[in-house]
Design a binder for this molecule. Structure first.
Ligand code: HEM
Length: 558
C-alpha cells in the first residue's frame, strides 16, 4: 500500500492527505547512478534537493498541518499542528516512544536518555534531572564566563588584523577557502561556537578539558566524526550501517567504529576516575561536574556503562544544539542587509547597561531580557533539532486544529516538524522575519489554539516556552521528554552573546549573495544565504565567516 502511495500519491485511509515525494524528477535531475548512490549512502539532502525540513514545509503549505509522506517503501505521518504537538508530547505521550531515532542512536548512545527503553529512561531521568539543580547552574555560570573570556582572547588577537585583498572573490574560491588557511582577521564563527560549546560540555558534565578551542586532538576529531555519523544516520532512509559487512567494507563505518572506541575509552576512564574520587574522602575539588553528582547519587544497580551512556547523551544533546543557536542568532543580528540593526541596537543598549568586567551572575542574566528573547527568536526561526520523531506504541487518534482527526496505526512513525510549526503563517505574524519583540506582544488564538500570551510566562522561566504559546513554540520540546539542559543552554548562550556583542562588531567576511548562487529552497522557500545543511541540528553550508572588529570605544574585557 505504501509503495502504491509512493508511486501514485492519493488520500490515505487514515484521513491524512498523502504527499508522494517526486522521485521521478529527482531521478531525472541526478541520473540513475547518483540517485542510487545517494539512496544507499543515506544522502537524503542531495536526493531531495535540500534540507528535509524544507521539503516537509513545502508539503505543509500545500496540504495542511497533517499529511502522510510516502517515501519509498516507508511512510511517515508529518505534523505541524499545536493540538497534535500537545497530544504527542504531553497528553498522549505514554503511547509514543522515539522509534527510528532510538534504533539509529542506540549503537552510539547505548542506554542514554534519548534512545533508552521506557523502563531505563524512567529510572535514569529520575536520577539525572536533579543534577541540573540551581546551585550547579550557578556554578556553571562562572565556567561560561571563563570560556567566553578564552573565546574573546582568541578573537581579540584576530580583530586587529586586516584581511585586505585576501578575501576570496569567486564562489569556487570561497568554497575552497574553508579547507585552506583562511586569511588573517576572518573567522568561522560557527566553528568557534562548536569548539567553545564542546569545551563547556566537557568541563561541566565530566570535568574534562577537550581544549578544542586551541587545538584539534585525535579525541576532538573523534567527537566531531561521531556526531557527524549520528546526524547522517538520523537523516538516512536506508540503514546502510546495517548492511552485511558494512562495518568492515565501508570506510566511513570503519572510521566511525574506531572513533567510537576511542571516545568510549576516554569516557570510561573519566567514569573510573570519578568513582575513585568519590571513594577518596580527601578529594576537595570545588567545581562539581554532573558526573560527580551522578556518581555520588548512584544506586547499587548502576553500571559504569550506564554512566558512560549518560555522559555520551549529554555530549550529543548539549553540544551542537547550543552552537547552532549562537551561530544563527549572530547570523541574524549582523546580516549584511541590516534587517536586524534595530534589534542589535536595542540589544546593545540593554547589554552595555548590564555587562561589565566582573563575572556575570544569575541576576545579570535576568536583566538581559531582550538578549534572552533574541535567543528564543533564534530557536523559533532555527529550531534545534528541526524535527521531533515519535512512534505510536498502540493505535491512536490525533486531535488536530482542523476538522480532520487522523487515525494512527500501532507502529506508525510520526515526524513533528518544529520547523514548519514555528513558521506557520496561521500561528505567527511575518513568520520568516527575525523579530524578538514578537514575544512581548499578545497573539490572538483561534479554533483549537489558545494563542500566545507574554503575561503567562512564569517569573522563573528564562524564555517563552511551549505553555505560553499553547504548543505552537517548542524550543526545548515538551512533556516528559522535555530537554533537561534548557536552563543550562539559555544561561550559556546568554553569557556568550552578551560578552561577544559588548566586545566586538562582526561583519560578514564575504557578502554571501555576491559569492553564492542565489538560493531558494524546495518549492521556492527561502534558504539562509549562507546555505543550510541539516542533520540533528541546522548548519550553514560552508561556515559563518566573519571579520571581527573591536568595538569603539572598547569595553573592559572580563
Ligand atoms: C532533549 C533541544 C541543549 C540535554 C531535547 C529536546 C529538545 C532539545 C527539542 C526534546 C527532544 C524530543 O522530544 O524528541 C535543545 C536545544 C538546546 C539543548 C535547542 C540548546 C540550545 C541541551 C543541553 C543539554 C541537553 C545543554 C545537556 C547538558 C538534553 C537531554 C534530552 C534533551 C538529556 C533528552 C531528555 C529525555 O528524553 O528525557 N533537547 N537542547 N540539551 N536535551 Fe536538549
Amino acid at each position: 500500500n505504501n509503495l502504491l502511495q509512493f508511486v501514485l500519491g492519493n488520500e490515505s485511509e487514515d484521513g491524512a492527505v498523502v504527499a508522494a515525494w517526486d522521485w521521478r524528477s529527482a531521478l531525472d535531475e541526478h541520473g540513475l547512478g547518483k540517485f542510487a548512490y545517494s539512496i544507499l549512502t543515506g544522502d537524503l539532502q542531495t536526493i531531495v534537493g535540500g534540507p528535509l525540513f524544507l521539503l516537509l514545509t513545502k508539503y505543509h503549505r500545500e496540504l495542511g498541518p497533517v499529511f502522510k509522506l510516502a517515501f519509498g517503501p516507508r511512510s511517515f505521518i508529518v505534523v505541524a499542528d499545536p493540538a497534535v504537538a500537545k497530544h504527542l508530547l504531553r497528553d498522549g505521550s505514554k503511547n509514543y516512544d522515539k522509534g527510528i531515532l532510538s534504533e539509529i542512536l542506540q549503537p552510539i548512545l547505548g542506554n542514554g536518555l534519548i534512545p533508552a527503553d521506557p523502563d531505563v529512561w524512567k529510572r535514569r531521568r529520575r536520577v539525572i534531572a536533579p543534577g541540573f539543580h540551581r546551585a550547579w547552574l550557578d556554578q556553571t555560570l562562572s565556567l561560561f564566563d571563563d570560556c567566553a573570556a578564552d573565546l574573546i582572547g582568541d578573537l581579540a588577537g584576530r580583530a586587529s588584523l586586516d584581511p585586505g585583498d585576501l578575501l576570496p572573490k569567486t564562489p569556487a574560491a570561497w568554497k575552497a577557502w574553508k579547507h585552506q588557511n583562511p586569511p588573517p582577521g576572518v573567522v568561522d564563527m560557527e566553528e568557534r561556537f562548536c569548539s567553545v560549546s564542546l569545551d563547556i560540555i566537557g568541563k561541566a558534565v565530566f570535568d574534562y578539558d577537550f581544549g578544542s578551542s586551541n587545538s584539534e586532538s585525535p579525541l576532538v576529531r573523534a567527537v566531531y566524526r561521531c556526531l557527524y555519523e549520528a546526524e547522517r544516520r538520523t537523516t538516512a532512509f536506508v540503514p546502510f550501517w546495517l548492511l552485511p559487512g558494512a562495518q568492515f567494507l565501508i570506510p566511513s563505518q570503519r572510521d566511525f567504529n574506531r572513533d567510537l572506541r576511542l571516545l568510549n575509552a576516554k569516557l570510561d576512564e573519566l567514569v573510573r576516575r570519578a568513582l575513585e574520587a568519590d571513594d577518596d574522602d580527601d578529594d576537595d575539588d570545588e567545581r562539581i561536574s554532573l558526573l560527580d553528582f551522578l556518581v555520588t547519587m548512584r544506586g547499587e544497580d548502576v553500571s559504569t556503562t550506564q554512566l558512560r551512556d549518560d555522559l555520551m547523551t549529554m555530549l550529543v544533546a548539549g553540544h551542537e544544539t547550543t552552537a547552532a543557536l549562537l551561530t544563527w542568532v549572530l547570523y541574524e543580528l549582523f546580516h549584511p542587509s541590516g534587517r536586524s540593526s534595530h534589534h542589535l541596537k536595542r540589544l546593545r543598549e540593554e547589554l552595555d547597561a548590564v555587562v561589565g568586567a566582573r563575572a556575570m551572575t544569575y541576576a545579570d542574566i535576568l536583566d538581559c531580557k531582550f538578549a534572552r528573547l533574541c535567543l528564543a527568536e533564534g530557536l523559533r526561526l532555527y529550531p534545534q533539532p528541526p524535527l521531533l520523531i515519535r512512534r505510536a506504541l498502540d493505535d491512536d487518534q490525533l486531535p488536530t486544529t482542523t476538522d480532520r482527526p487522523v487515525r494512527l496505526a500501532r507502529g506508525a512513525d510520526v515526524f513533528l516538524s518544529t520547523w514548519s510549526l514555528h513558521k506557520s503563517p496561521d500561528l505567527w505574524d511575518n513568520p520568516e522575519t527575525f523579530d524578538p519583540s514578537r514575544f512581548e506582544k499578545k497573539k490572538q488564538g483561534r479554533d483549537g489554539w489558545a494563542g500566545y500570551d507574554p503575561d503567562s510566562i512564569p517569573a522563573t522561566s528564562l524564555y517563552p516556552n511551549e505553555q505560553t504559546a499553547d504548543f505552537a513554540f517548542l524550543p526545548f520540546g515538551a512533556g516528559s521528554r522535555r530537554c533537561l539542559g534548557d536552563q543550562f543552554a539559555i544561561l550559556e548562550s546568554t553569557v556568550m552573546l552578551a560578552r561577544l556583542i559588548t566586545t566586538f562588531d562582526f561583519e560578514f567576511a564575504v557578502d554571501p549573495k555576491a559569492t553564492l548562487e542565489p538560493k531558494t529552497g524546495l518549492g521556492g522557500l527561502p534558504v539562509a544565504d549562507v546555505g543550510m545543511r541539516t542533520g540533528a541540528t541546522i548548519h550553514t553550508e560552508n561556515g559563518l565567516w566573519m571579520t571581527v572588529h573591536h568595538r569603539t570605544p572598547p569595553l573592559p574585557l572580563p
